[in-house]
Design a protein around this ligand. Sequence first.
Ligand code: BGC
Length: 737
Amino acid sequence: MTTSPLSPVPLESRAALVSGATTWTTGEAPGLRALHLADGPHGIRSQGAEGDSLGIGNSRPAVCFPPAVGLGATWNPALARRVGEALGDEAAGLGVDVILGPGLNIKRSPLGGRNFEYLSEDPHVSGVLAAELVRGIQSRGVAATPKHFAVNNQETDRMRVSATVSERALREIYLPAFEYVVRQAHPWALMSAYNRINGVFASEHPWLLTDLLRGEWGFDGLVMSDWGAVDDPGAALAAGLDLEMPPSGRTDRVLAALGAGTLPEAALDAAVGRLHTLADRTAAPRGRRDVAEAEAVALLAAREAITLLHNDGTLPLAPTSRLLVVGEFARTPRFQGGGSSRVNPTRVMSALDALRDLHDGAVEFEAGFTLRGDADDSLADAAVSRAGESDVVVLFLGLADNAESEGFDRTTLALPSEQIDLLHRLSGTGRPLVVVLSNGGVVEVPWRDTANALVEGWLLGQAGGRALAEVLTGATNPSGRLAETIPVRLEDTPSFATFPGRDGEVIYGEDIYVGYRSYDTFAREVAYPFGHGLSYTTFAYEEAAVSSSGENAWRVRVTVRNTGDRAGSEVVQLYVAPPATAPGPVTRPAHELRGFAKILLAPGETGAVTIDIGPRDLAFWNARASRWQIDPGTYVLEVGASSRDIRLRMDVRSPGDGQVDPLRLDSTLGEWAQHPVTAPMVRAMRDGLPAELQDTAPELAAMAQATPVMKLTTWGLGVTEEMVRDVVARTIPGSSE
Ligand code: BGC
């Protein structure tokens, strides 16, 4: 029946291969070895052969790099590459063929329980950093598996919920990071998401898995399901899924779909073929495990993730100052999130121990609160009573493991009340107060002015304690930047009214206005804007020069000078603001991040970065015509240190993309008046009218403009349906006018 080279393998065996063999391995066949898969995104969680069937037990020790929330804050693609390489080395050394990561879903709401596993609220930051992770991992002959494709932006009801989302929001917000990674880094595998998208399971979505992913983007790897995401194995394979994980034992369902003709045998063979390709691609791992080297990379990444949000000069700490360190997080660090990504680290040092190592002055400690969240006034009393003996209080606050994890979303952005009470009591002692946060999802900071300095320590992986101590003491100059906005209140967040939905549906009502695209367009106050982060030095943006590099393409060169007295890194950000348009059917965000570059400068040093802008950076998704569209006009290239700290602006003129949408049968007179084919006709028609009708009142003219031309056919004006059809046909590109 088929001439496929796989056909000598019995149909039943082929149908069995497209579901795994065990929780962490794929099946074997003559000429096809079993592949070992392991989470995850920020460290290898490999249980080896002795693993339990659910895959939740303890895994072999492996280096825990900063989770995506930390890596995202580094804004450093070269560093992401190094982390990827180290992950690949770790995997190769542990016998892992396929890493289940990186995670690159967009942080739609700060309440997302799994936001710590995702990089940013912005698709450009997510795509660029994830692409480097993929390149790094695969340079070691190990496959990466970007996940969860797609629109997996919440944990609530994640296995059933349907995201109702516009095509434009898909194209501009939820898909571009995946698109970038697929086109630029060519991952060998991809993981489909649990949820539905506009009613169709992502794992059974023919448009998503085949038309878009393979057809448009050219993906040539293997698509596996998230663990347990497949509802109907036959439908999933027919849609473009290649491997169901973990095995469900439903080979009979695959055979039934083949028998019924709903699953072509060619689709099954294509899936088996992709398993072969994946096995070939990972056949000769080039990675070499060096735990000490990987631990050093984990420290580098943790250092660059730390984001200094506010500082009145209290940081870095004076070398011999007497410190009172308060907060259980200083002694018992929270450095990664809960769920499938949890790594069994090779070693962990607390910030408290690291401070005792690095700081010359006395370092005393009080727990202040427990991580269980139960009120214990005696702990708080003890901390407050000792504050007076210190020169500075360093208070570690954050979210404990039970506050955020894979599997559920948060319901508040507030820190636990006992922590806030403690903060206010410590502030009342009059001692300078430095607050250090440990959290995977952003928290509200209404108390921020109470602190003399505020350090966002995210989740930093196993080396986080050391990195935090270095930043506090000044051994490291912080250079993290916010990859997600810190809002003033939960109620300000763009998805507040619809997250996480109900009755199996979540409506993405904010559409493309996610994160700073919303706050900046609607001028809403934020606590700290997207892209923000301070340094112990200062930077001057001296000059930006723009030169054309092709049609709708420019190269921007920005010169930055370190004006302080310490070496430090600046993240130069480039936003594009669209031409001003009147409110209408297509509104656009005030500006969108289209490029960035991180540069390390010695004191007084001047350096330059270049950032390229291409046609896609100007475009929006025209849903009616299903294409990217570039309007002609003046675009502003904004160069700055955050989305709200734009230092230099340059205008560039775009001729547009020259594409004109064809008219439709229901197009209005106004649309006819603007279309190049019909504009002369409308003008001639107007000129032919009696003078008194040509001078119609503006409100009547506006009414006429909004009228579909087809309606005129019934008004006795001599316009016939046939004429309209004929003219509309002539506006279709390629038709002879
Ligand atoms: C998670 C995936 C993970 C898989 C295997 C799922 O629950 O969503 O991200 O890779 O489990 O552990």
